[in-house]
Design a protein around this ligand. Structure first.
Ligand code: SF4
Length: 101
């Protein structure tokens, strides 16, 4: 087996479980705002409802759909998030862990 093929196989075997663990299934439950992990980072399904006094780092236009941790397409209503890998977050949502692309 040549080196590049072996490297690819090792990468694939190593990354497979990691990808499986970090991507929420399309039919995964939606993250609730009352979930303690969500509440801890001020998650809102609608970014327009973010408490701007409590989260002054929030900027207009920031949503889960354009956060680098979002695992869906920018047009998806719901998608995975690397913070909440077993739940889906709203594309229109936001939390204090928002990260620019
Ligand atoms: S980290 Fe990004 S995608 Fe995940 S809930 Fe927060 S803003 Fe949304």
């Amino acid at each position: 087996m040549n080196t590049s093929r072996r490297s690819f196989m090792i990468f694939s075997i190593g990354m497979g479980p990691a990808l499986w663990l970090t991507q929420a299934r399309a039919d995964a439950p939606h993250l609730s705002e009352s979930d303690p992990a969500a509440a801890a980072v001020g998650y809102k399904e609608d970014a327009a409802k973010v408490d701007k006094a409590k989260y002054p780092n929030f900027a207009a236009g920031q949503t889960c759909a354009n956060c680098s941790l979002f695992q869906g397409k920018s047009s998806d209503a719901w998608g995975g998030c690397t913070l909440f890998n077993d739940k889906l977050v709203a594309g229109k949502g936001w939390c204090a862990s928002y990260t620019n692309m």
